[in-house]
Design a protein around this ligand. Sequence first.
Ligand code: ADP
Ligand code: MG
Length: 230
Amino acid sequence: MKLEIQKNEKMKTLGELAASIAHEVRNPLTVVKGFLQMMRPNESGKNQKYLDIALGELERTESIINDYLNFAKPKLTKMESFSLTDLLNNISALFTPMAGNSGILITADLQEDIIIHTDRGQLQQALINVVKNAVEATPTNGEVTIRLTCKESQAQIMIKDNGKGMTREQVSRIGTLFFSTKEVGTGLGTALAVRIIESMNGQITYDSKVGIGTKVTITVPLYVGGRKSF
Ligand code: ADP
Ligand code: MG
């Protein structure tokens, strides 16, 4: 019991430390990003390549920092009603350039006008993390499909890819902090997504076959009332 408490205290301090570092680092990064975006390539166009790499790496850093900050701020704080259909359309549009560059087709098959009441920012973060993994796992000419349906008082979001898939062992490690099979992966994305969905009293399940693809099914109540911490 005592050990548990000590462990929790330690996690809290680590979380606070991570959050304050993330917070401090984010502002200068935003400035650097702004200036890089303003810079023009030289006459031979040579600098364009370097600018693209620098911007890409900055964006990656930004998303890692956002995941850490979210871990440190794990509550559903800003509850509001919004269109889940619009949110998924926006996420699909967000990934279209990245997917297009890799020859991947993103299709959104969304039941219209599904209104949900929850923390929009947190749900968006969870969905982005799941869709990002789907795109990253999918080869050229592959497909990622996002489907939204509504059953009784639950919204069901399915994110399906025909990418490389996972072994049983890998699926069992989904949601564990720092589990990653990627060279530059953080193993934060799914852990955060699982926590967020569970905090909304929802469910997230992974169904995957190596070489065939992965189907992620997320179910969330249309109305998430109280403030539940996780
Ligand atoms: P990261 O993306 O930084 O590796 P995540 O927590 O987002 O960390 O994902 C953890 C691991 O789960 C990934 O490295 C990958 O091995 C596996 N994974 C998650 N989603 C998929 C998917 N759609 N297809 C195949 N593997 C996946
Ligand atoms: Mg990821």
